[in-house]
Design a binder for this molecule. Structure first.
Ligand SMILES: *Cc1c(COP(=O)(O)O)cnc(C)c1O
Length: 226
């Protein structure tokens, strides 16, 4: 399949999953995770209509996007972010999806202040409670959300999770359901927070994630791998 065919196939799968859940296909944003490909593939995907791109390494992203994307495109930081990379990362990304600890919140806040910008963030939650995986525990999410809300140069947009690797995506439906449930609880306990974004679902499980309420799916292999 060509890049165009792979993008169309993902768009069709997104639309079908959205309709099954009684949702509009346009309510789901496809993020092309371009961490394994060079800039020419990103530009080709942009020319085919993709507007959101995800990277998991700051240094790779800094090199790949030394010449910035067009104004109507957005770059998402989806990988673990070390605080000593925040200075390089802050001007590069439109949304920081992997915010999972107080020290990172504070580093992003300092950098937002320095740039006189409000950085958009998601709190990443390790819903499945997998050991040694990124994301805060479900119990830690309320305190992290509160800390973001207290940070004048950060803007909370929602939550992100990475589901465990499984053979059948049905096995992780409960993880996606859990993130949505947590979002709904946090909306009740923090009425001042806007938590519209649920970033969940990757190449193998995004249809299930959409059925459970994903607003953003992060698709790498299904778009960028032959
Ligand atoms: C690589 C990556 C993806 C995309 O994974 P695929 O299985 O290739 O779709 C999504 N989210 C994160 C955080 C990633 O690191």
């Amino acid at each position: 399949m060509t890049l165009a065919q792979r993008i169309e196939e993902v768009q069709r799968t997104v639309a079908r999953a959205a309709r099954r859940a009684g949702r509009e296909p346009n309510d789901v944003t496809i993020i092309g995770v371009c961490k394994t490909v060079d800039r020419d593939q990103v530009d080709a995907a942009y020319a085919l209509g993709l507007r959101h791109f995800g990277e998991n390494r700051v240094q790779d992203a800094a090199r790949k996007f030394a010449s910035p994307l067009a104004d109507d495109a957005e770059l998402h930081m989806i990988g673990q972010l070390q605080t000593n990379k925040v200075r390089v990362a802050a001007p590069l990304f439109d949304l920081f999806q992997s915010v999972d600890r107080p020290s990172l919140i504070d580093a992003l806040e300092r950098e937002g202040e320095r740039l006189a910008r409000r950085l958009k963030v998601l709190v990443q939650v390790n819903v499945a409670g997998e050991a040694q995986k990124a994301g805060c525990g479900i119990d830690a999410a309320p305190a992290l959300l509160a800390r973001v809300l207290e940070s004048p140069h950060l803007a909370i947009s929602g939550l992100m999770t990475i589901a465990p690797l499984v053979t059948d995506p049905e096995q992780v439906r409960a993880v996606f359901h859990g993130l949505r449930k947590l979002r709904d609880e946090l909306c009740r306990s923090h009425p001042d927070a806007t938590l519209d974004v649920l970033s969940m679902g990757m190449s193998d499980d995004y249809a299930v994630a959409i059925e459970e309420g994903a607003t953003h799916v992060r698709i790498g292999r299904a778009i960028f791998q032959d």
